[in-house]
Design a protein around this ligand. Structure first.
Ligand code: 5GP
Length: 189
């Protein structure tokens, strides 16, 4: 297996990283999305094996015990998310670079593990207020889930300067263009 590179997009939920990652996937055929495993339910039109591997908590914990994850986390109370080693290998075996949409702690863990093979980008929203508006506007979470997301988002904003780059997402068009430049330079395209 030839090792490719890793491009990590981390940010609080609602900062726009998923949109930016999706944009980059349309621009760079050399990138492939790391499908995480999670124990949460699928939302809206999310699909198994495309957006996430939706698995049971029991299955998830078995995989933890078998050390199948390069990183995993209980991102929200009782809800686990993780990157399977097999997922990174699948993408590298296909001759591609891996792009991640992952929470802040998971992102930093991958950066520490893969060092200069990884580019860790923190997506910064304009403000906590805007973030809250975006999260509420989704209409996909219960009030309790939303509160949990707000609390986590507030904490995560403090991690920005531990990343290789802070990408401001004040305007989506500009942020996508900057992301293209950063990624293009990193993968040499
Ligand atoms: P959501 O439920 O909104 O899809 O994701 C919640 C948070 O978990 C987001 O910040 C998302 O990026 C993060 N996340 C998704 N996959 C992983 C993963 O494999 N590992 C970690 N640590 N976080 C993840």
């Amino acid at each position: 297996m030839k090792q490719g590179k890793l491009i990590i997009f981390s940010a609080p939920s609602g900062a726009g990283k998923t949109t930016i990652v999706k944009h980059l996937l349309t621009k760079f055929p050399a990138l492939s999305f790391s499908i995480s495993a999670t124990t949460r339910e699928a939302r809206g039109d999310e699909q198994h094996e495309k957006d996430y591997y939706f698995i049971s908590k029991e299955d998830f914990l078995h995989r933890v015990a078998r050390q199948e994850f390069v990183e995993f986390e209980e991102v929200y109370n009782g809800t686990f998310y993780g990157t399977l080693r097999s997922e990174i290998e699948r993408i590298w075996n296909a001759g591609k670079h891996v792009i991640f949409d992952i929470d802040v702690e998971g992102g930093l863990r991958l950066k520490r593990k893969y060092e200069e093979d990884a580019l860790a980008i923190f997506v910064q929203p304009p403000s906590l207020e805007v973030l809250k508006e975006r999260l509420s506007g989704r209409g996909t979470d219960s009030a309790e889930k939303l509160r949990e997301r707000f609390i986590k988002a507030e904490k995560e904003l403090n991690y920005a300067d531990k990343f290789d780059v802070i990408l401001k997402n004040f305007d989506l068009h500009t942020a996508c263009a900057e992301a293209e430049k950063l990624v293009g330079e990193f993968i040499g395209k």
